[in-house]
Design a protein around this ligand. Structure first.
Ligand SMILES: C[S@@+](CC[C@H](N)C(=O)[O-])C[C@H]1O[C@@H](n2cnc3c(N)ncnc32)[C@H](O)[C@@H]1O
Length: 210
């Protein structure tokens, strides 16, 4: 198979998710991509590896009738986006990080999956693209993201269903406060994720279209 991979050294990992075998590309050396991002003054490439939150949302794909679009916000290297595309859904993957976008584009191209990968800033003014389902997997790892993610959830819920996966990090209490202030408080469900370097329990929040 001809690799159309990104210029960062990457490793290919075949994962079985939502009843499909999916190829995911992640950075071979997380330190190397971090150094490169610092040199280039680019966003930190935390999405260059797969996180348990992406798995937690991918488990739910079998219960999603589709057809989409599914808008994966902060998609990273795209385990969830790739699994959703493999299930036949239309997928728009948004991320601020060029390394993550390159890894996702390459993995999609090399296995003939269609994922519309776009540069997008959650903290910016551009509106979210129209979607049936919006997903946010592990985007609350900095305190500064709590307010912008809450704002995006409020925006997304006007258009479609929203799933948020959060591995119960430090800022979850602030996130819950932010949701309450927006009238969006909801109780998450706990999902055990036995995959990935950060395997453990992930909290999944769901909102149906307003
Ligand atoms: C911890 S990673 C999670 C990636 C993927 N969703 C997963 O669960 O494997 C967080 C992702 O959010 C992206 N991100 C961070 N800040 C962002 C912003 N302001 N706008 C869009 N994406 C952002 C990062 O580039 C990264 O890909």
């Amino acid at each position: 198979m001809a690799l159309t991979g990104p210029e960062v050294a990457h490793r290919a990992q075949s994962v079985r998710v939502a009843g499909r075998d999916v190829l995911v590309y992640s950075a071979a050396n997380a330190d190397e991509v971090m150094d490169r991002a610092i040199e280039r003054n680019e966003p930190a490439p935390y999405g260059a590896v797969v996180w348990s939150s992406a798995w937690a949302l991918a488990y739910r794909l079998e219960g999603f009738a589709g057809p989409g679009p599914i808008v994966d916000v902060g998609a990273g290297c795209g385990l969830f986006s790739l699994a959703a595309a493999a299930c036949g859904h239309e997928v728009i993957a948004l991320d601020i990080c060029p390394v993550s976008r390159a890894l996702l584009r390459a993995a999609a191209a090399d296995q003939g999956l269609v994922v519309d990968v776009r540069e997008f800033d959650i903290t910016g003014d551009a509106p979210l693209p129209p979607g049936q389902l919006y997903t946010f997997a592990d985007v609350l790892y900095e305190q500064a993201m709590v307010g912008p993610v809450g704002r995006r959830i409020a925006e997304a819920v006007m258009n479609g269903t929203v799933w948020v996966a959060e591995p119960d990090r430090t800022f979850r209490a602030l996130f819950d406060d932010d949701l309450r202030a927006r009238g969006l408080a909801t109780a998450p469900t706990r999902v055990a994720v036995p995959h990935g370097d950060d395997a453990g329990t992930v909290l999944v929040y769901t909102w149906e279209r307003a």
